[in-house]
Write a protein that binds this ligand. Structure first.
Ligand code: DGY
Length: 414
């Protein structure tokens, strides 16, 4: 018996709050959207009933328009800011008003493959389909094939250097007083800066004043990014949804999703920049490419069958970033001005990002490179425990500890 697997399971038990899993105690005391999808894949390996519960509880937060919010506030807690009173949304169970990367359908397909339980999968399939339709209607109203984020928190990579230029346009003034709780749980040097929080909350205030209506938000947004990582995840999830549609004999859904997937596939391909050896997001306010070197540029490996030359260029670039690192894969190119190996999304290695990259490398025939990244992830966790993320230079486990998605990633990758 691998003792680390035992420990990973114990973390998921400790973070259980009644059918859903908090990312970690105190720092994140509610249900987070993409965290839960990764956690469900972990549960799918040994407790499929609990995996279904994770997704079912998340869907309790789904809005009538199809959006699945990034946080569902099932029970009160005073250890987190911003809580429901800041979001001021109208859903029966309090939720945030923004979303997060749509890993959900990827988890659902894996779970369905493990159980074949159509009765239990079908309502979740319907929820995922509604959410995918929301993404295209609300976040790609012009039909480009790339979906846009209106808040850095929607990317899951909150303070990535990818947002530095776009976020600098967002005022630091807020109607809501910013009373941070995160820095009471974790060293402030590992977290976003106060100025980032001012801008994050400015956006929340702006959208709350739009009553969280997508068209009004779209018109008002001072932060609007057609984002490559989220779009690549949406496409992989779209492929999985398409497969489920066919399995359930939902041919019309299948054709609808296939058409969306095809449009998105072409749109992602158009974001390839050979001079950077990466894919890029687009800042929709300025119309400019976002060229900051972050992990997002490699995530399209997950959902595209790329030409050999493109894969070769991506992998060479990934190797250059990983050279000399104790733990791969750094989320920012080491050594550039914005590189901070301990600060959240400004350099650290994250097990779930590695998981997506490993799947992407395998999909594109780079099994040996995938294996190296898998081993690097496993050794980091075995050396330091189930930390939120890892300093790629020293290997130190950073951020919150006893972290649910790191536990799920370990079980999936080991
Ligand atoms: C936070 O509060 O740090 C989260 O990442 C927002 O989802």
């Amino acid at each position: 018996m691998n003792l680390h697997i035992d420990q990973a399971k114990r973390i998921l038990v400790a973070n259980d709050r009644g059918g859903y899993t908090v990312p970690t105690d105190r720092l994140y005391p509610f249900q987070w959207n993409w965290d839960s999808a990764f956690v469900a894949m972990g549960f799918a390996l040994y407790d499929t009933d609990r995996a279904y519960r994770e997704l079912e509880r998340l869907v309790e937060g789904q809005w009538a328009d199809g959006m699945i919010p990034h946080i569902v506030f099932h029970q009160p807690s005073d250890t987190y800011f911003p809580g429901p009173n800041v979001w001021r949304t109208r859903h029966t169970i309090p939720t945030s008003g923004i979303t997060q990367p749509p890993v959900f359908a990827i988890a659902l397909r894996k779970l369905h493959e493990a159980t074949g339980d159509k009765t239990r999968t079908l309502p979740l399939y319907e929820a995922a389909l509604k959410w995918h339709r929301w993404w295209y209607a609300a976040r790609d109203p012009e039909g480009t094939g790339l979906v846009a984020l209106l808040h850095p928190w929607e990317s899951g990579s909150d303070n990535s250097p990818a947002w530095d230029i776009a976020l600098a346009r967002v005022p630091t003034t807020t109607d809501t007083p910013v009373v941070r709780k995160d820095t009471g749980h974790v060293n402030a040097l590992m977290r976003p800066r106060n100025e980032d929080y001012q801008r994050f909350i400015h956006l929340v205030d702006t959208y709350a004043a739009c009553d969280w209506e997508p068209a009004r938000q779209w018109a008002k947004a001072s932060f609007k990014v057609a984002e490559i990582q989220t779009t690549a995840i949406l496409l992989k999830a779209g492929e999985d949804l398409e497969a489920l549609a066919h399995e359930f004999g939902r041919m019309e859904d299948g054709s609808e999703i296939a058409a969306l997937n095809e449009k998105t596939r072409n749109a992602i391909l158009a974001q390839w920049r050979p001079d950077l050896s990466r894919f890029v997001s687009c800042d929709l306010v300025s119309g400019q490419d976002i060229v900051a070197p972050t992990q997002a540029g490699f995530i399209p490996l997950l959902s595209l069958d790329l030409d050999k030359a493109v894969v070769g260029a991506l992998v060479d670039e990934m190797k250059a970033w990983s050279k000399g690192m104790k733990v791969a894969f750094p989320t920012v190119k080491p050594g550039i001005d914005s590189w901070e190996p301990k600060r959240y999304w400004r350099g650290p290695a994250w097990a779930i990002i590695n998981w997506l990259l490993i799947d992407g490398l395998k999909r594109n025939g780079r099994v040996d490179d995938a294996e190296k990244l898998r081993k690097s992830t496993i050794s980091a966790i075995e050396a330091e425990g189930f930390a939120e993320y890892f300093d790629p230079v020293t290997g130190e486990g950073c951020g919150g500890l006893g972290f649910s998605w790191t536990a799920a990633a370990y079980m999936w990758l080991v």
